[in-house]
Design a protein around this ligand. Structure first.
Ligand SMILES: Nc1ncnc2c1ncn2[C@@H]1O[C@H](COP(=O)(O)OP(=O)(O)OP(=O)(O)O)[C@@H](O)[C@H]1O
Ligand SMILES: [Mg+2]
Length: 235
């Protein structure tokens, strides 16, 4: 049984049919990536999984339990955490306060969880009392990911962690995604940076205008002509 099993999901924004029959699986222990261009439906997929959006039809099963229609805070309590697109940190709060906010589903933040985040992101420990809004884009991405980890997720949903970052910071962030995976967290990674995403993932899905058009191993996708042309920038 996959950890996350999505079948024939249809999500609408009013009359806009954003997800048109999405099906995908994530097994425990995997890093799976969902690749697609602007407006394809990547964020909508993650928001539907985390309970921020309610699908019209279809099912989402997490560890054998149907979760579509479950409110977002309950899905979070079941072990699904999302690091949203554009970070969405609390800019006036310090790094530490942002991390503490991520522990809301457990009540008070556990010092051991904060230490775990600091061991993954030493930069955050150095900046513990800095207001998050004054940090660099890459550091803010670290705050967003660290905050998500404070909920002790077994499934981490990452929405475009590389967005707007320098190549070096992209390398850093992807290295940390690998560390998080090695520590036992399952990851569903949404990216436009297909090259980096396929390098850390074992499998991937390609989404176009609300439909999955390809599903394969990361290796096979990297060699796929359509993927190379559309997402790896090759002629
Ligand atoms: N709040 C909303 N109201 C109406 N339409 C929306 C809303 N959010 C997204 N959409 C539409 O749903 C479709 C999918 O959007 P989504 O944000 O999931 O794309 P995406 O793949 O995450 O794109 P990007 O890479 O730009 O973040 C788009 O056509 C978008 O315009
Ligand atoms: Mg998006």
């Amino acid at each position: 049984m996959p950890m996350l099993e999505i079948r024939d999901l249809n999500t609408f924004y009013g009359h806009i049919h954003a997800l048109k029959g999405i099906s995908l699986d994530v097994d425990k222990g995997e890093v799976v990536t969902l690749i697609g261009s602007n407006g394809a439906g990547k964020s909508t997929t993650l928001k539907t999984i985390s309970g921020l959006l309610n699908p019209k039809t279809g099912s989402i099963t997490f560890n054998g339990q149907k979760i579509n229609g479950t409110p977002a805070h309950k899905v979070a309590g079941m072990g699904v955490a999302q690091s949203p697109e554009g970070r969405r940190i609390f800019p006036r709060m310090t790094v530490l306060e942002n991390l503490e906010m991520g522990a809301f589903s457990h009540g008070k933040a556990d010092p051991a969880d904060i230490e775990r985040v600091f061991s993954l992101f030493p930069r955050l420990k150095e900046r513990i009392n800095q207001k998050a809004g004054t940090m660099s884009g890459g550091e803010q991405q670290m705050v967003a990911m660290g905050r998500a980890l404070m909920a002790r997720p077994t499934l981490l949903l990452l929405d475009e962690p590389s967005m707007g970052l320098s190549p070096i910071m992209v390398e850093t962030i992807f290295g940390i995604i690998e560390d998080i995976h090695k520590q036992g967290t399952t990851v569903l990674l949404v990216e436009q940076n297909a090259l980096m995403a396929l390098a850390v993932a074992s499998r991937g899905y390609v989404i176009q205008t609300g439909k999955i058009v390809l599903a394969d191993s990361a290796k096979a996708l990297m060699q796929n002509d359509m993927v190379r042309k559309a997402y790896l920038g090759e002629e």
